[in-house]
Design a protein around this ligand. Structure first.
Ligand code: ADP
Ligand code: ASP
Ligand code: MG
Length: 409
C-alpha cells in the first residue's frame, strides 16, 4: 500500500463542480488501496480577491494581518473537499496549517517551513481517514499564522510528502505536466516526460510558475519523488528526477526549456566615480530597503566614470528608484534612469555544460527577429537575456523554434 500526497491548485478546485471532481479522483486512488493526503490551494482568484480587499483598506497592511486574511481562502477549500468526501461515504478530516503542525519562521508573506509534526495525521491515516491539508500556510513559534509566498501550496505538498515519507508527491494542476515552455505562450510547447531537479529549479526560479521554486528545492533536498499532472485529463505527467537518474546513453538535450519572467524592472545610475566601494554605496541602500537585486552590470566610460545598471522585481521599482535617487545625490552621479517595461527570457539545460556556442546560437536567433538585448547573464546551465516586454512572445517562440524544442527527442 502506498502513501500519496496530492496537491490540487486553484483552478483544480475553482468551483463546486471541480471540488466534487477532485473528491472523485481522490477516492479512486484511495480505493486502489492508497493512503491519501490531499493539499489544497484556495479556489482560483480567491487569494487575489482577498489581497484586493486588503489593498482597499490599507496598502500598508501588516504582514501578520495579511496572512490571517489570505489563509482563509485555503480553509474554505479544505472544508468543502472534506464535505464532498464525507458525502461519498469516506471518512475525511480537514487540517489547517496550524492543526497540521506546520511550523514556519516568522517572515510573514514569505515564511519558510521549519518542521512538520506528522503524529496526528499518521494516527488519522491509520484510522482510515483521507486527510485534507490547507496549502500555503503554517504557524510560527508564537502561533502567529504565516503564509509561504505565492504558489506556496506546492511547498506544503512537498513538505507533507517529506514528513510522511510518501511514495510520491503529485502536483495536480491545469496543464498535464512541465512543458518546454509555458504552453499559453507557445502552443507548440511539448510536455517533458522527465526533467531534472536542477533544471526544474532553474526554470521555476526564472519564472516558470508551474512549480514554486521552494517546492522544488525542498523536494530535491529531501529526495521527494515529485510529479506534475493534470486534474482535468489522465496521463503520466512529468516526473522530476535527480541528475543521476538520467539515462547516460540518451543524448542530452542542449536546452530543455525556456522560462520567462514579466515582473522585471531595470535601474541605471550614470557617471559615478570609478572607485572602490561604489557598488556597495549603490546597492547597500537597496538591500537595506529589503529589495532583492537580480542582474548587475557595470561599465567604465572613457571619461573614467562608471555606469551601473541592475534589475529588481517590478513591484519594487518605485521604492528602488526613490532609494537610487538619494544615492545619486550623495555620489554626485550624472543621471538616474529606469525602465519597468522589460522582461527576462532564459534558456535552461544541463546539456549546456558540455557544449559551447549555445549563447551564440541564442543571440543569433534573437538578432534574426530584430530583438535588441538589454542585458545578459549566464550560469552553468542557463542563459538569460533582458529585452523589451513587447518582444516576450516573439522571443520565446523564436527560441523554442531555434533550439528545436518542438520535435520529440
Ligand atoms: P496551480 O493553480 O495549479 O498551482 P499555476 O497557475 O500556479 O497552477 O501553474 C500552472 C501554470 O503554469 C500553467 O497554467 C502554465 O500557464 C504555467 N506554466 C509556466 N511555465 C510552464 C511550463 N514550462 N510548463 C507548464 N506550465 C507552465
Ligand atoms: N492560494 C495561494 C496563491 O494563490 C497559494 C497557492 O495557490 O499555491 O498564491
Ligand atoms: Mg501554482
Amino acid at each position: 500500500m502506498a502513501l500519496l500526497v496530492q496537491k490540487y491548485g486553484g483552478t483544480s478546485v475553482g468551483s463546486i463542480e471541480r471540488i466534487e471532481a477532485v473528491a472523485e479522483n481522490v477516492i479512486a486512488y484511495k480505493e486502489q488501496g492508497n493512503d491519501m493526503v490531499v493539499v489544497l490551494s484556495a479556489m482560483s482568484g480567491e487569494t487575489n480577491r482577498l489581497l484586493d480587499m486588503a489593498q482597499q483598506i490599507s496598502p500598508k497592511a501588516s504582514g501578520r494581518e495579511l496572512d490571517v486574511l489570505l489563509t482563509t481562502g485555503e480553509q474554505v477549500a479544505i472544508a468543502l473537499l472534506a464535505m464532498a468526501l464525507e458525502k461519498r461515504g469516506h471518512a475525511a478530516k480537514s487540517y489547517t496549517g496550524g492543526q497540521a503542525s506546520i511550523l514556519t519562521d516568522s517572515a510573514h508573506n514569505k515564511a519558510r517551513i521549519k518542521s512538520v509534526d506528522n503524529q496526528k495525521i499518521r494516527q488519522d491515516l491509520d484510522a482510515g481517514y483521507i486527510i485534507v491539508v490547507a496549502g500555503f500556510q503554517g504557524v510560527d513559534e508564537e502561533s502567529n499564522i504565516t503564509t509561504l509566498g505565492r504558489g506556496g501550496s506546492d511547498t506544503t505538498g512537498v513538505a507533507m510528502a517529506a514528513a510522511l515519507n510518501a511514495d510520491e508527491c503529485q502536483i495536480f494542476t491545469d496543464v498535464d505536466g512541465v512543458y518546454t515552455t509555458d504552453p499559453r505562450i507557445e502552443p507548440d510547447a511539448r510536455r517533458l516526460k522527465t526533467i531534472t531537479f536542477e533544471e526544474m529549479l532553474e526554470m521555476a526560479s526564472l519564472g516558470s510558475k508551474v512549480l514554486q521554486t521552494r517546492a522544488v528545492e525542498f523536494a530535491q533536498k529531501h529526495a521527494v519523488p515529485l510529479r506534475v499532472l493534470s486534474s482535468f485529463k489522465q496521463g503520466e505527467g512529468t516526473l522530476i528526477i535527480s541528475d543521476n537518474q538520467t539515462d547516460e546513453t540518451m543524448e542530452q538535450a542542449l536546452v530543455s526549456g525556456i522560462a520567462f519572467n514579466r515582473d522585471e524592472a531595470q535601474l541605471t545610475i550614470n557617471g559615478v566615480s570609478d572607485t572602490p566601494g561604489v557598488a556597495y554605496g549603490i546597492l547597500g541602500p537597496i538591500s537595506d530597503a529589503n529589495i532583492e537585486v537580480d542582474m548587475i552590470l557595470q561599465n567604465v566610460s572613457a571619461d573614467g566614470t562608471t555606469d551601473f545598471t541592475f534589475t529588481v522585481n517590478r513591484s519594487d521599482y518605485e521604492n528602488a528608484m526613490t532609494s537610487l535617487k538619494k544615492t545619486a545625490k550623495q555620489l554626485k552621479a550624472r543621471e538616474v534612469s529606469g525602465n519597468n517595461k522589460i522582461v527576462k527570457i532564459s534558456i535552461v539545460g544541463v546539456g549546456m555544460r558540455s557544449h559551447a556556442g549555445i549563447a551564440t546560437r541564442m543571440f543569433e536567433v534573437l538578432a534574426k527577429e530584430g530583438i535588441n538585448i538589454l542585458m545578459i547573464s549566464t550560469s552553468e546551465i542557463k542563459i538569460s537575456v533582458v529585452v523589451d516586454e513587447k518582444y516576450l512572445e516573439l522571443g520565446v517562440r523564436a527560441l523554442h523554434e531555434g533550439f528545436d524544442l518542438k520535435s520529440e527527442r
